[in-house]
Ligand binder design. Structure first.
Ligand SMILES: [Zn+2]
Length: 137
């Protein structure tokens, strides 16, 4: 994806009246980086199943510019309570991305795409894709 195409994609995601993939399966959308919900940030930019808020974009810009970017230290050296809180946030991101995967599969199935092709795209067998996403036993 070129920069121009990517920018068009992001513009489409932020201005589209259709929510991003997985959004309809979730009560609230959260920044995939800091886990703040859509109502507590100014902007939440959608990617394919992930989101980033204006505050995290600002922090990323500081890091890229190497200007007053805060030091975070190694994630696995943080206190237990911080890791436990982070675990919950990571699970929320996993749930958000998983909802997007289900929407992609539903859309592809509605277009008549075979379980074989969906399995190939996911790197699993046709059977594994069907078992995970078909909702059938
Ligand atoms: Zn954020």
């Amino acid at each position: 994806m070129t920069i121009i195409n990517r920018q068009g994609y992001l513009d489409d995601m932020t201005t589209s009246r259709t929510p991003g993939p997985g959004a309809s399966r979730l009560g609230t959308l959260y920044c995939s980086f800091c886990n703040k919900d859509k109502g507590t940030v100014s902007k939440l930019i959608a990617g394919p199943g992930v989101y980033i808020c204006n505050e995290c974009v600002g922090l990323c810009n500081l890091i890229l510019a190497e200007e007053n970017a805060p030091e975070f230290g190694a994630w696995n050296e943080r206190p237990d309570d911080e890791l436990l809180a982070g675990l919950g946030r990571i699970q929320a991101v996993v749930s958000q991305v998983d909802a997007a995967v289900y929407d992609y599969v539903d859309t592809l199935r509605a277009r008549g795409i075979s379980w074989t092709r969906i399995g190939e795209a996911l790197g699993v067998s046709k059977q594994a894709a069907w078992e995970r996403f078909s909702g059938e036993d």
